[in-house]
Design a protein around this ligand. Structure first.
Ligand code: PEP
Ligand code: MG
Length: 573
């Protein structure tokens, strides 16, 4: 039956496909126990569900044979093997026979037992197999609760419906044919959302009813821009979908005309628009839309995709190619920012920290692993032979960290020069995302060549609101008087000492916030390249002198409503 579910748009794009539901780590099940007379029936239900899942996996394998690499097929085989694993199958049988559990409850109990074993594993690769277990249990669960088992449908690709998703998982999804993702939890500002935008994979987050309301094989229409999904769309929806697709194409054509235009306000001030990039595709797109350079290259994404820490040569090639692709425009390489919700598959990021967001992440992790950090700095130094680049340090909380990094960078450059490569030490910058670094920015200015404000983390630390926790709802917002005052403070400090300051958090990519950031003094934005032309269009409609005249009113706003009123008044002026 047709239903419309709404959440938050986290990565734009339209998709139409059939749902593949991955159940959360704890399965929601109805009855726990069944009377003795129903035990046989429950065992049969379970056997049917297992058999249907096996058939489904076989059909999936046949469908994917030849279309996927052997590695990806191994992943499908692993799921089939799990289905026959005695640890799962026999244990389920025992739980139903002896404990008189319902099939669903037995599934959940055994899943939780196995999950506890996986969770205790130190090896991050094995630990991640818990997702495989969940995937397969989710399929069996779906068969248990459906009269008609789901079959692989159509060729439009699958839409993953899940509770939540780690950024590293997203990297594998496209290879599996997934065309969009819908998650019950999550936030548009999470690293997963950033990754999805980078992959151009539509993502809608924050639909708690998605898992209960969508079944495997349901047809879904996903609008990643507006955070809306239609389950079992009717012919009118499908017509809307086609017309939205056409509208999007028209809009894109309109924006395309801005590719070669300057980013200049109505009264003639040039604004620099840099791109955030995680991949080769992002860099290519940054160049294509006329970005002033790459303002934030998240090097950790190279580390998230591989099961081994990438070596110097592998990193060098990736960095060199980014520099070459930008053809003379600078590329800002942010050093490894692992930790918190960005856990690599090779296991560098520490597991089991009590409070990972305040733990060993960003530059702290780099300074813990001398060898990894020096390798990365040498790889970046080598790439400097191919064009302009800069080095940006994440999660800086004090001046001392910058002084150490500067020294290590010089040492890396010297090592590369000894190999006969003529390079100069690249400019060094700090991310401003820890409140103390923002408040005490005067102490950092002579230790850096530039600054970049990471508002994603700055907002979470300043407001004490986890950027990934959707239960906190609207509390996570840059539209807070404390955030704006702190931004103004950093921008003013940079302007006084002529140290360039950019903003590279997600707020910089929101065209509706452009007047606010310009009024605060921002002249360098760094954002995902897919939003760059829209931001250019918005800035070209701004009158900077009028915005500056309204800056005192903005800083006087006492709450979010006051800031929104300022924005509304600016838009209608
Ligand atoms: C930020 O914190 O604003 C930022 C750009 O870094 P990331 O989102 O990668 O943490
Ligand atoms: Mg950050």
């Amino acid at each position: 039956m047709r239903r419309v579910l709404t959440g938050h748009g986290a990565s734009r794009g339209l998709a139409l496909g059939s749902a593949r539901v991955r159940m959360p780590r704890t399965l929601g099940v109805g009855e726990r126990h069944v009377p003795a007379a129903r035990v046989r029936g429950e065992l049969q239900r379970l056997q049917h569900a297992l058999a249907a899942t096996r058939d489904e996996m076989r059909a999936l394998r046949e469908k994917l044979q030849g279309a996927l690499s052997d590695d990806a097929l191994e992943f499908v085989d692993l799921h089939a093997l799990l289905l026959d694993d005695p640890e799962l199958v026999q244990a389920l049988d025992t739980l139903i026979r002896q404990e008189r559990y319902s099939a669903s409850h037995a599934l959940r109990v055994q899943r939780d037992r196995l999950a506890a074993v996986f969770e205790r594993m130190d090896d991050p690769y094995l630990k991640a197999r818990l997702d495989d277990l969940d995937h397969i249990i989710g399929r069996v669960h779906a068969h248990l609760h459906r009269r008609e088992p789901a079959t692989a449908r159509g060729t439009a690709g699958e839409i993953l419906v899940c509770d939540n998703l780690a950024p590293s998982e997203l990297a594998q999804l496209q290879a599996q044919g997934v065309v969009a993702v819908v998650s019950a939890g999550g936030s548009p500002l999470s690293h997963s959302a950033i990754m999805a935008r980078s992959l151009y994979l539509p993502l809608v987050v924050g639909i708690p009813e998605a898992l209960a309301g969508i079944g495997d094989g349901d047809v879904l229409m996903v609008d990643g821009e507006n955070g809306r999904i239609v389950v079992d769309p009717d012919p009118a929806d499908l017509r809307d979908y086609r017309s939205l697709q056409q509208q999007e194409a028209r809009e894109l054509r309109g924006l395309e005309r801005l590719r070669s235009k300057p980013t200049r306000t109505l009264d003639g001030t040039d604004i620099a628009l840099y791109a955030n990039a995680e991949s080769r595709e992002d860099v290519a797109r940054a160049h294509a839309v006329g970005a002033a350079g790459v303002g934030l290259y998240r090097t950790e994404f190279l580390f998230l995709q591989s099961e081994q820490t990438p070596g110097e040569d592998e990193q060098f090639l990736a960095y060199r190619d980014a520099v070459l692709a930008m053809d003379g425009r600078p590329v800002t390489f942010r050093t490894l920012d692992l930790g918190a919700d960005k856990a690599d598959r090779a296991g560098l990021a520490l597991a089991n920290e009590d409070n990972p967001a305040l733990g060993v992440r960003g530059v702290r992790l780099s300074l813990l692993y001398d060898h990894v950090f020096d390798t990365q700095l040498r790889a970046i130094a080598r790439a400097a032979a191919y064009g302009p680049l800069r080095v940006l340090v994440p999660m800086v909380s004090c001046r001392e960290e910058l002084l150490i990094v500067r020294k290590r960078l010089r040492r890396a450059v010297a090592a590369v020069r000894r190999r006969g490569v003529a390079v100069e030490p690249p400019p060094l910058g700090a991310m401003i995302e820890v409140p103390a670094a923002a408040i005490g920015v005067h102490g950092l200015l002579d230790a850096v060549d530039f600054l970049s404000v990471g508002t994603n983390d700055l907002v979470q630390y300043l407001l004490a609101v986890d950027r990934n926790n959707d239960a906190l709802g609207d509390l996570y917002s840059p539209l807070h008087p404390g955030v704006l005052r702190l931004l103004a403070h950093v921008l003013d400090a940079g302007a006084q000492r002529q140290v360039p300051v950019a903003v590279c958090g997600e707020m910089a990519g929101d065209p509706l916030l452009a007047p606010l950031l310009l009024a605060l003094g921002l002249r360098e934005f760094s954002l995902h390249p897919s939003h760059l032309l829209e931001l250019r269009r918005a800035i070209r409609e701004c009158d900077l002198s009028r915005l500056l005249a309204r800056r005192p009113a903005l800083l006087r706003a006492r709450d979010r409503r006051g800031i929104e009123r300022w924005l509304d008044a600016t838009a209608s002026a």
